[in-house]
Design a protein around this ligand. Structure first.
Ligand SMILES: [Zn+2]
Length: 872
């Protein structure tokens, strides 16, 4: 009886719960709430922006309801926000996500996978498609469209979306959480005021703002490190779609094909896929009757630091688009009168087939454009799933084969380096970028040079070998003026007016040169035993000698700079040798750091040496050498209300090397009494007018208007005259030269672009190693040059007013990597100058010593300026 009852109960309850599940799944399936129900307005509605937190809350709600979406946290942003993306696919695919990721990984990495097996895996796999929006946070539509796209994929029951969910795993990403919140907050605070469309007065990524799309091989900030990890080590997508929103007016969206120049190391199959996908997007627009699509205009594939380019070099077919933007969520009505002259007659061309004729442009329109483009990419991925998946394997295996029989066979990184720590950083960076790195298991000879066991070897014959090649080789830029008949038809005519044709970003970047690491290209195949490594070992710390007078730390590595900062923080006596000297037979160069043992016990030094891989010498007696006594510098870094990426890069580089500093704004510089508070003031790369005048009145809320003004310039002058040090970087050198009437001329000022042109390359600079600003520099180094002020010293009346040239451009063969027009103008001209001024000094760092955190070989010019500037 009891049993029967129990059975009956079980039966009833089973039926009941089945009905309940069925009912609830029907009911839940209907309950995916559209964004307008959740947020209270439609995505893209005028005057409304959804911030990151709200977007993620919506995602979480959808994840509770639907089995087709799953959220993944892949790290924290610079300001500590969780970075989350949404994976979306059919429920069957979602149950096997790991399996599909594994297939993609296997095909990407190629090794150990025969062609037949690869074909089978391609048949079985699903296309993984990354779509992000909002990397550049003021370009608001892309991030907003991600929210609508999530809903559309989960709720649309059309055949097209069903096919996408069956064949594709979509990764929907909001890659700049901090920026998305910052921009929404800024916009809301100004809504309805005259400043509704004002620019954001600070960077939309804590340190590097817009340069977050230039950091993808250097990986200096957490957001880009996290993207690198999830893309190149965990998910291995087949397509990477990066949305932007600065389409050149009056086009409404830019899509590939890109314009020239083309990076010569991109796989030809990849370029064809890129063009195919770009054309597919454009076709979707034409079939929906959406106007204004442009291609082969402005944007090119030359620079490898974009997020998309690093994907290209991992055989991921990347695409990007630039949708049109007015400002934030504010609409604008355009008439033909707003159009540039050459577009007023709506001429049709092959890559601009359907010109827009003006009218309203709302955020909603931009969101719709992003949606059309994203859905077109997903649709193409679904339709071409198998060949798309196989393409990765095809490119990787072709690259392996090609560089087995074609030079360069790879690069050797010798163990002997000026800064072994930075060399190890370079090797480890390559490993983080998913490149194969090996060490020789015995000594060997390559191209007539002998190397010991343990030497690092980077073969080009590896799946992503083309990436290695583009990072390590010398860039040879195609001067597009040489073959005008060839190029004329494929570049935009506007650019031809100003020779030469420039690229969208920099021309030369050879990474080992920027970092000051010695390498050798292999011109003959190398057949030796080697083992693959997953981490470069750093040089072992050593404290040698047994003297009780002092420690001596050679000053050639970037870690020795950190050592000084830690010693100063602990209030140890730190002396800086002003000359070279010997201890026994060991030579030390100027800048060697001498720390009396009485001031810093051995146990502490051992700890410091271990942490920073220092080679320290203990000495018996004071070396007979002149020294400076270093003090903890009180540093001010000028922070304008015009968001300045170079200012952010300086902050990042100073913090990474443990310099204390204070950011000072216009108000503080205008208030004066700077000498009481600071030893050194740094002006980042920024033009003189923008430093002095800042934002115009009426363009921004009052707090952010104006620059340091004439009073600020006077206060800076007084600061230096009292004994302070002003360090100017790049363009800000012009402020010092002109406002303080220095006996110096910037020789580039009068030159025309057709005579002199340099938009970012590496040049040869020689240094006076006996000058404190160049302590620890090699005699010759690569410097990053981008229309950098270049100095000629003028005669002076008094000898003590004579500027000292610390670094100058080489006598000949100035170009090391990239290209410039008018190389002759740089010959022997000054690049780094110290100018005595009153009781203080001005240090002009003309070229870009800390450019994008990449130029580790010249960072110390900034560091030395700070140490030297604080010496009284
Ligand atoms: Zn952008």
């Amino acid at each position: 009886m009891k049993t029967i009852y129990l059975k009956k109960y079980l039966l009833i309850s089973t039926i009941f719960s089945f009905v309940l599940i069925l009912a609830s799944s029907i009911c839940l399936a209907q309950k995916v709430p559209p964004p307008e129900d959740f947020f209270g307005f439609k995505v893209g509605a005028d005057f409304h922006l959804i911030n990151y937190e709200q977007a993620v809350n919506y995602w979480k709600k959808l994840e509770e309801i639907s089995g087709k979406i799953k959220l993944f946290e892949y790290g924290k942003s610079s300001e500590g926000r969780p970075m989350i993306f949404a994976a979306i696919s059919s429920e069957e695919n979602m149950a096997k996500l790991d399996h599909y990721r594994e297939i993609s990984k296997h095909l990407s990495l190629v090794r150990g996978l025969a062609e037949k097996k690869a074909e089978k895996l391609a048949q079985e796999g699903k296309a993984i498609v990354w779509i992000d929006g909002g990397l550049h946070a003021t370009e608001v539509a892309p991030a907003q469209h991600i929210i609508q796209l999530t809903y559309d994929l989960l709720s649309d029951d059309s055949q097209k979306i069903k096919r996408i969910l069956d064949e594709v795993i979509a990764m929907l990403v909001l890659p700049n959480p901090d920026g998305m919140d910052m921009v929404a907050e800024w916009y809301e605070s100004n809504l309805g005021t005259p400043y509704e469309t004002s620019r954001l007065p600070w960077l939309y990524q804590k340190y590097i703002g817009h340069d977050n799309n230039r950091d993808s091989f250097m990986l200096s900030v957490p957001e880009i490190q996290n993207i690198n990890q999830v893309v190149h080590h965990e998910w291995y997508p087949h397509i990477f779609y990066n949305h932007h929103q600065t389409s050149p007016f009056p086009s409404l969206i830019f899509v590939p094909p890109d314009c020239e120049p083309t990076n010569p190391n991109l796989h030809p199959l990849l370029l064809r896929w890129q063009n195919f996908i770009g054309t597919g997007i454009a076709m979707a627009f034409e079939s929906e009757g959406k106007q204004g699509v442009i291609s082969r205009f402005l944007f090119d594939t030359w620079y490898p630091g974009y997020v998309t380019q690093v994907c290209d070099f991992h055989n991921i077919i990347s695409t990007f688009s630039e949708t049109f933007l007015y400002r934030y969520a504010t609409p604008y009505f355009y008439t033909v009168m707003d159009f540039p002259e050459e577009y007023k007659d709506f001429t049709i061309s092959m890559f601009f087939t359907n010109p827009w004729k003006g009218g309203w442009w709302h955020l909603q329109d931009a969101v719709e454009y992003c949606l059309t483009a994203s859905k077109a990419v997903l649709d193409l991925a679904a339709k071409h799933r198998e060949e798309l998946i196989y393409a990765k394997y095809a490119m990787g295996s072709e690259t392996i084969r090609r560089f087995q029989k074609e030079p360069p066979y790879g690069w050797i990184v010798p163990l002997e380096q000026r800064d072994k720590g930075v060399a190890a950083q370079l090797i480890n960076k390559l490993i983080t970028l998913d490149l194969e790195v090996y060490q020789a298991e015995s000594s060997f000879t390559a191209d007539g040079v002998s190397y010991p066991e343990g030497t690092y070897i980077l073969p080009t014959s590896q799946p992503f070998g083309r990436f290695l090649k583009t990072l390590f080789e010398i860039q040879i830029y195609p001067d597009l003026r040489r073959y005008p008949s060839l190029w004329q038809s494929i570049v935009d005519p506007i650019k031809l007016k100003v020779p030469p044709l420039r690229t969208y970003d920099v021309l030369g970047w050879t990474l080992p040169l920027q970092m000051g690491v010695k390498t050798a290209a292999m011109n003959t195949p190398l057949d030796i035993k080697m083992k693959r490594i997953i981490k470069a070992s750093l040089p072992g710390a050593r404290i040698s000698g047994s003297g009780h007078y002092a420690f001596v730390i050679p000053y050639k590595t970037n870690n020795s700079v950190i050592a000084i900062n830690r010693l100063l923080k602990e209030e140890a006596d730190v002396l800086w040798a002003r000359e070279s000297f010997n201890i026994g037979k060991k030579p030390f160069s100027p800048g060697a750091v001498i720390v009396p043992l009485s001031e810093f016990p051995l146990t502490k030094m051992r700890k410091l040496a271990n942490e920073l891989f220092l080679q320290v010498e203990r000495i018996k007696q004071s070396p007979s050498v002149k020294t400076f006594k270093l003090k903890q510098p009180r540093v001010a870094l000028y922070k304008p209300w015009i968001s300045n990426m170079d200012e952010g890069w300086i902050r990042l580089v100073l913090e990474n090397h443990e310099f204390p500093y204070t950011s000072v704004y216009n108000a503080e510089i205008k208030a004066g009494r700077l000498f009481d508070r600071f030893d050194v003031i740094i002006l980042p790369n920024q033009n003189k007018d923008s430093i002095i005048n800042g934002h115009k009145k009426g363009t921004m809320p009052a707090k952010y208007v104006g620059g340091i003004s004439a009073s600020g310039v006077r206060n800076l002058k007084q600061f230096i005259e009292n004994g302070g040090t002003l360090v100017t970087l790049g363009s800000s050198c012009n402020l010092a030269v002109e406002e303080f009437k220095l006996p110096i001329k910037n020789i580039l000022k009068p030159l025309k672009p057709e005579d002199f042109f340099a938009s970012g390359l590496l040049v040869k600079i020689t240094f006076d190693q006996n000058h404190p600003i160049a302590y620890g520099m090699p005699k010759e180094a690569a410097g990053f040059f981008a229309l950098s002020p270049t100095f000629q010293i003028l005669p002076v009346l008094k000898e003590q007013e004579k500027p000292a040239v610390v670094g100058k451009y080489a006598e000949e063969n100035i170009i090391l990597s990239g290209w410039m027009l008018g190389e002759k103008y740089l010959k022997n001209k000054a690049a780094v100058v110290e100018v005595p001024f009153g009781k203080g000094k001005i240090i002009l760092l003309g070229f870009r010593v800390q450019h994008r955190g990449q130029t580790k070989g010249t960072f110390r010019l900034l560091f030395n300026s700070v140490f030297y500037g604080a010496i009284k």
